[in-house]
Design a protein around this ligand. Structure first.
Ligand SMILES: N[C@@H](CCC(=O)N[C@@H](CS)C(=O)NCC(=O)O)C(=O)O
Length: 232
């Protein structure tokens, strides 16, 4: 049976939509792209696709799938690959549980501080919140990357763990350059969380992650969005 046509409704500035791009790139799947302009109200047509008005959404044949984690996991399940084993493969369920725990840990213990640093009103406040991010990485994320090679759980290719975190890692690694995060942040990972540093460096440089990521444009837009704070 022919594969159903895939249409991704996306915006290249959105880190959640970026997840779907990473999955599609790793799977080498052809897809059509519809860019949704997030600077204006959603059209009635798009609200029929996704009544929440958010990107990403994925159209698979006549079916619509929304929410970036669900879209990415659907792709990884529907097109078996190096990204994640099926749950009925030997150790598949365990590998999936490990990935899910890593992603949950990264978002709850580290990434939850990312936009708070960007939104800080002063450099001192940014530095203090950045230290909370670093502490979360050191205590919670670093131990989960002890066997990264360079990707999650000994993989030499991206996995679903990187599909779900990579867009944020790209921002974490590039934003110090643009003054959105403290200058020394990545260097600090190198000394305090070397596993995370090696892994994040590999993730942030991977072509499936850098593919649609226009870092200068996104940094500029992020500055504008938080313009009332440190960047005015
Ligand atoms: N939980 C959603 C979040 C998606 C999301 O927040 N997308 C933003 C862009 S990054 C959006 O579509 N915002 C609509 C708007 O800004 O009006 C997911 O993971 O897909």
């Amino acid at each position: 049976m022919a594969s159903p046509k895939l249409t991704l409704y996306t915006n290249h500035g959105c880190p959640w939509a970026h997840r779907a791009h990473i999955a599609l790139s790793e799977l080498g799947l052809p897809f059509e792209e519809e860019i949704i302009d997030l600077s204006v109200p959603r059209t009635p047509e798009y609200l029929k696709v996704n009544p929440r008005g958010l990107v990403p959404s994925l159209k698979v044949g006549d079916e619509i799938i929304t929410e970036s984690a669900i879209v990415s996991s659907y792709l990884a399940d529907a097109y078996p690959s190096h990204l994640v084993p099926a749950s009925n493969e030997p150790n598949g369920a365990l590998a999936r549980a490990r990935i899910a725990f890593f992603v949950d840990t990264y978002f709850s213990k580290a990434n939850s501080f990312l936009f708070k640093v960007v939104a800080a009103k002063t450099d001192a406040e940014a530095e203090s919140i950045a230290q909370e991010l670093v502490a979360g990485v050191v205590k919670e994320v670093e131990p989960l990357l002890s066997n990264a090679a360079p990707f999650f759980n000994g993989s030499d290719k991206l996995t679903l763990a990187e599909v779900l975190t990579g867009s944020f890692i790209a921002r974490l690694w590039s934003w110090p350059k643009y003054g959105l995060l403290p200058q020394g942040l990545v260097k600090e990972f190198e000394t305090k969380a070397p596993n995370f540093y090696r892994w994040g460096t590999a993730v942030s440089q991977h072509p499936s992650v850098t593919n649609i990521y226009n870092e200068a444009e996104i940094a500029e837009r992020t500055k504008q969005r938080f313009g009332a704070g440190r960047y005015s």
